[in-house]
Write a protein that binds this ligand. Sequence first.
Ligand code: PEP
Length: 250
Amino acid sequence: MRKKIVAGNWKMNKNFQEGIDIANELVKDFNPSDSNKKLVVCPPFIHLSALAELFDKSEIGLGAQNCHTSGKGAFTGEISSEMLKSVHTQYCLVGHSERRAFFFEDNEELYQKCKQLLVKEIQPIFCCGELLEDRKEGEHFDVIEDQLEVLWKLSKTDFEKVVIAYEPVWAIGTGETATAEQAQEIHAFIRSQVAEKMGETIAENTSILYGGSCKASNAAELFSKPDVDGGLIGGAALKAEDFLGIYNAL
Ligand code: PEP
């Protein structure tokens, strides 16, 4: 059975102490309802080591927001998958729309990042999603199909570790959520693409998360759809109570 996941992306928010405070609140109040439902926190790099310790005895998973395409070397300011692994990181975002837009990450780079992570047994959370213009032009399926090309270059064994997050860019941080029907339509499309490239069984086992202004008040409706296996959460992951409210809707 595929995993249900609620993952929080803190982006460039929370100084060290603020991060510790929210992590402590999560540890205190998190009540894992079922071993198939995961809660994951993706903080900035400075928090990873401390949060790994805090989460050690809890069921909360730890994710990073980025890693470099190379294993090591002269890449000032970057971080490798090996470094992430050394502080017990289990997941890492790849291809978030902000990285695509501000850091010009393309399919080849995203593929190399996935490979680096998978070698270290870190699960990529691969983000895809269309711009508002794409949707207005009716090109959203084509855009997603193109973004997913990255994943078809992986072996089946590698692909099975990947979590996919559908995040329509027009819904990220805007307060405008995709309707549950819009999310379901794209998630079903993504699953059909996985089935075509990787086979039915792998498609059935792939977790596909929705991201874009998801909050406790709309999560239950989104998560009720058959192909929506949880959420990737930005703003609402910055308060423990709001974030756990979303998890409780799984
Ligand atoms: C995100 O950045 O991945 C995201 C989903 O943000 P928000 O929930 O704030 O829209």
